[in-house]
Design a protein around this ligand. Sequence first.
Ligand code: NAP
Ligand code: MG
Length: 502
Amino acid sequence: MGATPSLESAARGAKSSAALEFLRNSPKKLLINGKWVAAKSGKTFETLNPANEEVLALVAEGDKADVDEAVKIARKAYEEGPWASARPHDRTKVLLKIADLIDKHAEELAELETLDNGKPLFESKNIDIPGAAETFRYYAGFATKIYGETNPSDPSMFNYTLREPVGVCGQIIPWNFPLLMAAWKIAPALACGNVVILKPAEQTPLTALRLGELILETDLPQGVVQIITGFGPGAGSSIAEHPDIDKVAFTGSTEVGKLILKASTGNLKRVSLELGGKSPNIIFPDADMQQAVFGSSIGIFMNQGQVCCAGSRVFVQEKVYDQFTDSMSQFAKSITLGNPLDASTRMGPLVSKEQHDRVKGYLKAGKEEGAKAKIGGEPGKQERGYFIEPTVFTGVNNQMKIAREEIFGPVASAIPFKDENDAVFQGNDTTYGLAAAVWTKDISRAHTIARKLKAGTVWINTYGQIDPMSPFGGYKQSGFGRELGKYAIDLYTQIKSVYLKL
Ligand code: NAP
Ligand code: MG
């Protein structure tokens, strides 16, 4: 074992000695049955710092053989182990402990997240890491509140329901909120008594692996959480296809979501999908313009726009279109783009070269279709790293490629609308339906539009609020199933009806 030769350079600027220590201990391994093991193939892959394109660590490349092993262990842990039959209070204790450990190691986790993903430390510190702890804490409370019912059946019968765990759950997560997505998946699954096999994204495996280490410090029984790093085709597809996995929860692209659903038919495993979006963010002239500009900018530029619910289509009433897009461009201009470890940085690089190329492709497509980059529209001027300038495209119509496809970058497509009906029509004219927002002081209009928008979340006079207690998920091709809130309990339990003859 040893650090990659370039670690000091790859992680320069990191202050947490614990984060550096974690990186030095490379290659990273798979977590199976409470132990860290190399991939059976012996293969590893590199995880990079997207701010400087240097190697942070080598990571085990798990594939089918490792997934098979993880499933064997998980199945045994589920059927024979103490977790599914644990006292709910004991489950609560473990989940609270995980939350506390995340808090305790917050600084280290925030730096690892920023190094691996490129998001500003400002965001890792204030959103990702505390959000992950909060999610574990929220579901810790749920372990003791998963109720069945008694039913008014025939008087000669006593009929009641039990809510039981689903069993072995495969969980495949993306790179945009690595630790937070791991928490959204693992916390409710464990609260309900399931066992899990988590596959982090190849671009950002580090914080999930560090979470695995923290989980080993708790009383969670061995074999309840497996973490298999690797690639989508390989580790991911083996999970999706596996005949002995009972449920797959997936967050990522709509394209891969469809593959997951197809692969699930082999054993009809349960599937929940949280997929892409092209969310409409609608601004009326009576809105508080300052707040609308700020909220809409955060809505598309946060996390470099790599957010499934990003407000990527900004619909502005035609009377205020020029004024609003001017102000949004001014805001974009004020964003500090640079080294994500700097406390003052508000935008870092995109996660990978692949993503950088994709987004550059959309910038080109937007210009070719006749849209005008009022601000940005170019890669960042940094010598290294996958930077893109925050971009506001004007002169966009809802049929252009940049208005129809998920760009997953800091690119706002500003589209004019005439009136309420037009805003709702255009807003809903998309294959996606993850989120939407409306800015107006007219409360009746706000609530009417909230009802008409086909989206799993609607924000009024704000953008991007997410709380573990409120459901999150998509209409249409943004997926199905609702994560967070009490709804995730539905995803991770199944219901049994029991009749007793009196
Ligand atoms: P992706 O391929 O959908 O990645 C999501 C997860 O699925 C990753 O863990 C990935 O593994 C895995 N995966 C890939 N192919 C798989 C397969 N055949 N079977 C099972 N699992 C598989 O997303 P991406 O390629 O990283 O990004 C492409 C686009 O997806 C983005 O530009 C964006 O539009 C969208 N996206 C959406 C979200 C969201 O939150 N809704 C998140 C990320 C990306 P590997 O990464 O290891 O290959
Ligand atoms: Mg991929």
